[in-house]
Ligand binder design. Structure first.
Ligand code: PLP
Length: 234
């Protein structure tokens, strides 16, 4: 086994153990492998080990990989980075999901730009649940209004919400934040039957997120190893 497939299996095991520990079925939780900055060969290694959902943060880098790996046709590509409006077209044309919708103008552009031959783009609204220093994500009070507007857009399908909570070492504090997200998610799902996804949990708060009810966890370095950032991004 390659180390990527070993890492993948240990992350899957950790998810399954945590799920069982809190009385959930491991099948309720999707693992999104975050492959930003990693080469296509790493994605192929994870694919050969059975992984099908991959997350990318940078538009150009992600589109390059999607194009090169187009022969792996059953990959679900998720865009999970901050998205400037002027780059929305590439996301609308190439990805299956966008996790970081935080304004109506961006949602309208994604719907307008989604090609008609593709199924609607799956949308998660990013909520700023705990990190006051972060500019990403809407405030909790804005969620119901933005959701009501997004479900009207023809080429989008609202699937749920996503958050990147502020780092917090203490499990009970992590859990409290994750439970606030879970409550928002359940309230939204009551209104909209297609809402089925709570994107919450990274390497450091995976257990708290699963305990609170996350349905999609985003894990990068525990699968692919530490990232080395170059000084330039987009
Ligand atoms: C990079 C990233 C992750 C994965 O982080 P790791 O620490 O590598 O597991 C998850 N979610 C988002 C939004 C990210 O940008």
């Amino acid at each position: 086994m390659t180390s990527i497939s070993q890492n993948l299996h240990s992350v899957e095991q950790r998810i399954a153990d945590t799920a069982r520990h809190c009385g959930r079925s491991p099948q309720e939780i999707t693992l999104l492998a975050v492959s930003k900055t990693k080469p296509e060969s790493d994605i192929e290694a994870a694919y050969r080990a059975g992984q099908r959902c991959f997350g990318e943060n940078y538009v150009q880098e992600g589109v390059g990989k999607i194009t090169t790996l187009a022969h792996l046709a059953d990959i679900d590509w998720h865009f999970i980075g901050p998205l400037q409006s002027n780059k929305s077209r590439l996301v609308a044309e190439h990805f299956a999901w966008c996790h970081t919708v935080d304004r109506l103008k961006l949602a309208q552009r994604l719907s307008d730009q989604r090609p008609e031959h593709l199924p609607p783009l799956n949308i998660l609204i990013q909520v700023n649940i705990s990190d006051e220093s972060s500019k990403s994500g809407i405030q909790v009070e804005e969620l119901s209004g933005l959701a009501a507007a997004i479900v009207q857009l023809p080429q989008l399908r609202l699937r749920g919400i996503m958050a990147i909570p502020a780092p917090e070492a203490d499990f009970s504090r992590q859990l409290a934040v994750c439970q606030r997200m879970a409550k928002l998610f359940h309230d939204l799902a009551k209104h909209y039957p297609e809402v089925d996804t709570l994107s919450l949990g990274m390497s450091d708060d995976l257990d708290a997120a699963i305990t609170a009810g996350s349905t999609l966890v985003r894990v990068g370095s525990a699968i692919f190893g530490a990232r080395q950032y170059s000084t330039t991004s987009e």
